[in-house]
Design a protein around this ligand. Structure first.
Ligand code: ATP
Ligand code: SF4
Ligand code: MG
Length: 303
């Protein structure tokens, strides 16, 4: 089975690319492949100008320090038997970031940077709320001074009010530290606050990618149009028509031959080619879209 295929994108220093799509579309697999936590069978990952596959083990370790990940479930990523201080200090120790005698001070500083009290260092993960644990997960990632963080649905498990706080923290840290993010989400509503660019995944491939204002404001691929139409609109005068997709995505082990979206597509121009020929990304408006029939303005007509 191919979980992800033919996916290619770049993220500039300090930039946030959001990766959006429904469950099973391959978002986490892409995030893990970028960090080489999952070995792709083909393809390259270049980080700060260097192909990761060409690095010596030592250089790869150093590159990995600068690429971190924050997970959806912070509890699962924290060792329940270690204090918060010990968990945050781990990366500092492994990579020898600061002299041993300065580790305590650095941990206090990191906890304060993510909005937690420095005294929390002596406590254990079960003593914290979901939002606090996610802050701890972020402090752990920041400890090793990364330049790039894969945020894999970092707020999906949190209450809506807490989601905004953690998202704001990520935004502040990005400004203060000049971080680049690959921000994975299944919900487009979250993404417009944080993303410079958006990539939409369907069944293991990117079907649309471009500047956030273009992809969210004028979605072109039928799948993106359906996702955008499902985002609640607070202003009733701007009420839009919701596009409800029929059926479920096909199994990744039995992909359609042509367009992966063909079984659910509602585009009026859909034709025989859609069932026989796989569409590749091509420029439509300000974005790239993998659809034979997409034309600029499609989204404006329906949403
Ligand atoms: N270790 C694995 N072994 C086999 N299949 C896997 C494995 N990990 C992921 N998959 C499959 O690969 C596809 C993509 O999974 P992935 O976790 O990347 O999706 P996702 O977009 O992150 O979904 P979610 O929103 O649920 O986190 C799915 O069909 C999944 O079942
Ligand atoms: S290529 Fe055809 S089936 Fe696929 S999204 Fe476009 S119109 Fe729909
Ligand atoms: Mg995932």
């Amino acid at each position: 089975m191919r979980a992800v295929e033919d996916v290619s994108f770049a993220i500039a220093a300090g930039e946030t690319l959001a990766l959006v799509g429904e469950s099973g579309s391959g978002k986490s697999t892409v995030g893990r492949a970028v960090l080489r936590l999952e070995e792709p069978t083909a393809g390259r990952v270049r980080f700060e100008g260097t192909d990761l596959a060409t690095l010596t083990p030592r250089a790869l370790r150093e590159a990995r320090r600068r690429m971190q990940i924050v997970f959806q479930d912070p509890f699962a990523s924290l060792n329940p038997r270690r204090t918060i201080g010990a968990s945050v200090a781990e990366g500092l120790e492994i990579h020898g970031i600061v002299p041993r005698e300065e580790i305590g001070d650095r941990v206090s500083h990191l906890l304060e940077e993510v909005g937690l009290d420095a005294s929390f260092a002596s406590r254990y993960p079960h003593e914290f709320s979901g939002g606090q644990r996610q802050r701890i997960g972020i402090a752990r990632a920041l400890a090793v001074a990364p330049t790039f963080i894969v945020c894999d649905e970092p707020v999906s498990a949190l209450d809506v009010s807490v989601q905004a706080q953690v998202l704001n923290l990520l935004l502040d840290l990005r400004t203060q530290r000049g971080l680049a993010y690959l921000f994975i989400a299944h919900d487009l509503a979250l993404v417009h606050q944080i993303a410079d660019r958006v990539a939409v995944m369907y069944l293991g491939t990117i079907v649309e990618i471009g500047p956030a204002r273009a992809v969210i404001g004028a979605p072109s691929h039928p799948y993106t149009r359906a996702l955008v139409s499902a985002v609640p609109e607070p202003d009733p005068t701007k009420a839009k028509t919701r596009i409800v997709l029929e059926g479920d995505p096909p199994s990744p082990s039995a992909l359609p031959i042509g367009c992966p979206f063909v079984t659910r597509c509602f585009h009026p121009a859909k034709d025989a080619r859609c069932s026989t020929e796989r569409p590749h990304l091509r420029p439509v408006g300000d974005q790239q879209v993998a659809c034979h029939c997409a034309a600029p303005g499609d989204g404006a007509a329906s949403t």
